[in-house]
Design a binder for this molecule. Sequence first.
Ligand code: FE
Length: 254
Amino acid sequence: MIDLHCHILPGIDDGAKTDADTLKMLQTAVAEGIKVITASPHHNPEYHNESEGILEKVKEVDAIIQEHQLPIQVLPGQEVRIYGELLEDYEAGKLLTSAGTSNYMLIEFPSNHVPRYASKLFYNMKLQGLQPILVHPERNTGIIENPNLLYDFVEQGVLSQITASSVTGHFGKKIQKLTFQIIEHKLTHFVASDAHNITSRTFKMKEAFELITNEFGEEVSKRFDINAHSVLLNESIYPNSPSRIKNKKFLGLF
Ligand code: FE
């Protein structure tokens, strides 16, 4: 398994605080069958992590992996909170794509709404050759209230990543049901942990993939795995056509 979203770098955001925390997270990931992790520290108003510092931290984690001879690899990346000057900062070398790829970039919305300029910014990112991956849409209040905002982004060519813990119900039944609908309507392309620690916000990748296989079949979980491999290989992803989540059905959830 590949985990494209994980706060495993020590001491730079609200994920692992120390090398010991990072080691525990690495061991947990290995136990779940994860072979590659893309580190994705926050780049937001609270945690202003830029490329240089992240690349150094990845080297430190690499040394921990070597020291303990763990069968896992950690690659650089970043979770970028959407903001107006994103493209300028990317041009200036402050932002990182995932796993050293030429285009895939994790983009996060503020949790309580969808910024009005998001669609325009995604369009401009794509013009510059960047492929936005919208992270955890199922946990955004704006998308919870109107899931077809996600449909519009996916139709526009944005990819999305759901959280393993949302699949398993860790964020509650409502988010789990919406996550299932997002999968059913082909509105997502990746499952990742967004793990911050090994207690309250752990990986749950193995459990999520098992659940997806049970609910949607082997093909669907395989597709998530293939897509994650494609990112590491810097290859394009050819998504299935998405469909809208019907409001009536969605309202039936509440
Ligand atoms: Fe995250």
